[in-house]
Ligand binder design. Structure first.
Ligand code: DGP
Length: 114
């Protein structure tokens, strides 16, 4: 049994996913359990477990993830707005321990998120 996370297995092409973007640092693919008409996960290839594990050297990587979210939102037609979410650890709602940014859109988002 592999100790890789599901996302590492997707990055390594051991599991299928509907990719919308990839480069040498970052991949993006559709969430398998979408919570909105558009629900894309933006994932660094580097296996950082969570936001809590980010270091100063990761500043540009995280910046690129956010700018990629912006350009994917435009590409996917989210002209009315969208939500970006980093869940961090169990109480923050994180279930996969490989850093990822959720891009959600295509419906009105509520606040507080619950
Ligand atoms: P989080 O709860 O923040 O750790 O988000 C994990 C997301 O990953 C959740 O929205 C569901 C999604 N997910 C879980 N398993 C798979 C999978 O095998 N493939 C894809 N594409 N998404 C998955």
């Amino acid at each position: 049994m592999s100790d890789k996370t599901i996302f590492q297995r997707i990055i390594d092409r051991e599991l299928p996913a509907r990719f919308v973007y990839e480069d040498e640092e970052i991949v993006a693919f559709h969430d398998a359990f979408p919570q909105a008409p558009v629900h894309v996960l933006i994932v660094p290839r580097k296996p950082i477990p969570s936001v809590d594990d980010l270091e100063d050297d990761d500043v540009s990587l995280v910046g690129r993830m956010i700018l990629l979210a912006k350009s994917l939102a435009e590409e996917l037609g989210l002209t009315q707005g969208y939500r970006l979410v980093f869940n961090c650890k169990r109480q923050g709602g994180q279930t996969v321990d490989h850093l990822h940014l959720h891009l959600l859109g295509g419906r009105h988002m509520h606040w507080p998120p619950g």
